[in-house]
Design a protein around this ligand. Structure first.
Ligand code: PLP
Length: 450
């Protein structure tokens, strides 16, 4: 395994030169710098010291088809030789870019015929804010400029996407929250449900949306954005009553629904899209990650026909776009990636193996510090708790979760901690035997944490 790499030298250089995202460098450097990942295959990844890990997170929720796909490398290689780059701004396109737009549309409900390309989930959400605000002006309702989202919703890291998101720390570093972005509580029964049943709590959480709409003024609200299942917030799976009620409220006030499918899209929940699993019908769908399974950066936004019709008719030029939007090499890889998902029926496989994954996680419920397990398809969570009966939380949120994550790492499993919620989203190619191994490794880490 990559015997020729001088890992100590990489670590030294990294500490000297690499400024990492979402990292506290003081403690990171004090702990000795990065673990260098060098190779991967299927659901397994190796670091430079030959340590093998089961990647329970698909990288950052993105390597849906698993690692080591030669076909994707070949698609990139061929496209680079044919045409490595051309733009899509000035009445030009490239073959894979257009084919990909048609392909994405073909795996979506009929009304999504038009796809705008970006390079990431953050850019997709920035694109949406610009589109939606302009759209309402075109429709003669320039006051409809406000967005409602959820606390601990994550929609990206650019300035606007971070404001759509509900992570306080990200707002504070900007100095202030942007005007026009509002947040309501997340539908997280474990922490916020109190004595209510999950179904009652789902309705209560949705009612917060109506309250916020009335507070902002129904005519001022442009759109509601939500991940069907909140990923980075801790895999928050809303009760079954939540999304249908949210949809009813949005329709009542003529508010657009944006389903952020950056994590849930491309099979993760056992359908192509999370909105299919959770039972609602969005108007706008941002996507990224699983679109190329992370092999190259690419994002996109699908817009429903009723928006596109007015926008194309009345909108003039859309003053927005990135140099690499619809990059031909990334598009060729994304096309091949979707072809693999279809050919290997990874969406069906996820739906079919989902209950096995849920049962395997549930087998951990007897552990003294496990308060709840939950999952849909191949996205799941383990809630760490100091009082199972009362759904209690440890003091200093995140301390025990971080310990558990580090113990996983030591023992050969990548599981992420969102405060004291351990989250999982393994590649969609995972087998039953590999799920057994994942859960075995998780229990070893829980034991070491307890
Ligand atoms: N939306 C959701 C739901 C995400 O989970 C993420 C990233 O984790 C983003 C948007 C931002 O995507 P990116 O990191 O590609 O900008």
């Amino acid at each position: 395994l990559n015997k020729n790499i001088d890992i100590a030298e990489v670590v030294k250089n990294d500490i000297a030169h690499h400024f990492h995202p979402f990292t506290d460098h003081k403690s990171f450097h004090a702990e000795g710098g990065p673990r260098v990942m060098t190779q991967a295959d299927g659901i397994w990844i190796w670091d430079g010291n030959g340590h093998k890990l089961l990647d329970g997170m698909s990288g950052l929720w993105c390597v849906n088809v698993g690692y080591g796909r030669k076909e994707l490398a070949e698609a990139a290689y061929k496209q680079m030789l044919d045409l490595p780059y051309y733009n899509t701004f000035f009445k030009t396109t490239t073959v894979p870019t257009t084919e990909l737009a048609a392909k994405i549309s073909s795996v979506m409900p009929e009304r999504f015929k038009h796809i705008f390309f970006t390079n990431s989930g953050s850019e997709s959400n920035d694109t949406i804010v610009r589109f939606v605000r302009h759209y309402w002006k075109l429709k003669g309702k320039p006051y409809r400029q406000h967005f409602i989202a959820r606390t601990r919703g994550y929609h990206g890291s650019t300035m606007v996407a971070a404001n759509l998101g509900g992570f306080q720390g990200m707002h504070e570093q900007v100095g202030t929250e942007f005007p026009g972005f509002h947040h309501i509580k997340q539908p997280h029964w474990f922490d916020l449900g109190g004595d209510k049943t999950p179904e009652e709590f789902g309705l209560e959480a949705a009612a917060e949306l109506e309250k916020k709409i009335l507070e902002v003024g129904p005519d001022n609200v442009a759109a509601f954005i939500g991940e069907p299942i909140q990923g980075a917030g801790g895999v928050l799976i809303p009760p079954s009553t939540y999304w249908p009620e949210v949809q009813k409220i949005c329709r009542k006030y003529g508010i657009l629904i944006i389903s952020d499918e950056v994590i849930c899209g491309f099979g993760r929940t056992g359908n192509w899209w999370g909105f299919e699993t959770m039972g609602f019908e969005p108007d706008i769908v941002p996507m990224a990650k699983g679109l190329s399974s992370g092999y190259l950066p690419i994002g996109a936004v699908a817009f429903a026909d009723h928006l596109i019709k007015d926008f194309f008719e009345l909108g003039g030029e859309f003053y927005h776009g990135m140099t690499y939007a619809g990059h031909p090499v990334a598009a060729a890889v994304a096309l091949k990636n979707i072809e693999i998902i279809e050919r290997e029926n990874l969406v069906g496989h996820t739906r079919e193996i989902g209950p096995y994954f849920a049962e395997a996680l549930a087998s951990l419920r007897d552990h003294p510090i496990v308060g709840e397990t939950r999952s849909v398809g191949l996205i799941g969570a383990i809630e760490l708790s100091n009082d199972k009966a009362r759904r209690g939380r440890f003091a200093s949120p995140g301390r025990v979760g971080t310990m558990c994550r580090d113990n996983c790492f030591k023992n050969g499993l990548i599981m992420r901690a969102c405060w004291d919620t351990m989250v999982l989203a393994p590649p969609l190619v995972i087998t039953r035997k590999e799920i057994d191994e994942l859960v075995r490794l998780a229990r070893v880490a829980l034991d070491a944490t307890y």
